[in-house]
Ligand binder design. Sequence first.
Ligand code: GTP
Ligand code: MG
Length: 410
Amino acid sequence: MDKPYGFNSFPTEPVEMPPTWALLVALGFCFAALGFWAYIGLNLAAPVPRAPRRSEKQYVTVLPDGQPSERQELPCWIDKWSAEKEVAKQKQKPKQKQREPAGGAGVAPSDTAIEAADVFLSVVVPAYNEEDRLSGMLEEAVDYLQAEYGGAHAGEQDAEKRGATAAGWEILVVSDGSTDATVEKALDFARSHQLSQHPVPTPGPWTPNPTRSGHTPHGSIRVISLEANRGKGGAVTHGMRHARGQYVVFADADGASQFSDLGKLISGCKSVEDKLGRGVAIGSRAHLVGSEAVVKRSKLRNFLMHSFHLLLRLMTPAATSRIADTQCGFKLFSRPALPYIIPYMHSEGWIFDVEMLMLAEFADIRMVEVAIGWKEVVGSKLNVVWDSLGMAWGLAVLRAAWALGVYTRD
Ligand SMILES: Nc1nc2c(ncn2[C@@H]2O[C@H](COP(=O)(O)OP(=O)(O)OP(=O)(O)O)[C@@H](O)[C@H]2O)c(=O)[nH]1
Ligand SMILES: [Mg+2]
């Protein structure tokens, strides 16, 4: 028979398969290449926070005559702490270095103590375009702080009474690149509550018809302006780098959390503090699931919330995965816990709470969830679908980056 025209696409002779070992080697090679590129991708995708700019390390407050102050330098415990840690690292003997666990914490933060507190409590308020919601929240905060902890500059006697090392309080409003009048509103609030002993009270979510208002001493409300928007995580972390308090709480500017539950957070934190004084108290809305506030939310929002909880359970280490409400914007840290958490923060967006809790867990800091009052407040800037997708992605990147050593505590 004549040879067919062209070439034969069906092999007429049996084709010999490569040996199994060669297939396995090829497969292994493919996986290694995939792993390599995934690792490179993770390095590129994992967020690295930008360094604070010069003006962001300064604050403005209201002078005794009611005028806004010039920009003043913010005290910054983390700069001093980092410098001391670096010196300790240099001094470390090579032998000691070898004994460190792989990917370990470098010089243990406990070797480098955080500078002493100046005040009993620091309240960090991240605020992004909050001109409408901020004043009500500040009103409730000041009212409670004033009644509970005395004037912002309460003296040593007050500290002794409380068994604390410092007395008084401060509020750090961190405007996150706001483009509205957030900063002016904060300063207006500070001015009216500083100049008058009995300022006109502003309604808040928990006090729609307030009858009294707290007076604030000069310098107790400090306003920090980030030059460009970073996200809630960036704003909270920035504020906490400059906190002077023995306890540091962050609270959302919308006043959704009942500020007067702060006392519960402080007692909760004290109850879990270790011998170094480290502890974290997490405001929790878990007891409200099924309540009107949560049921009233859209079905989509509740579905996304449950999916996110499932992801959290699967992806986070043990203690963090047991926290029922990781996202509540009302969390308190004792000062000695800060150096184990704040210097190692990377997340700038909504997922930052999870990183804080994971870092606390990595450092064996005990955490306690405390049930708090919470109200849905209109004006949320959370985009339910996009921000949920962003959070799921952020969580995956965050978990992988910490697990694979892209992020370290060196
Ligand atoms: N949306 C948004 N909020 C920011 C940002 N930076 C800081 N924040 C503050 O983060 C806090 C929480 O914002 P909300 O819009 O109330 O979002 P949320 O509390 O997580 O969501 P809700 O449960 O819907 O209220 C507020 O104090 C915001 O001002 C940012 O870049 N975007
Ligand atoms: Mg809110």
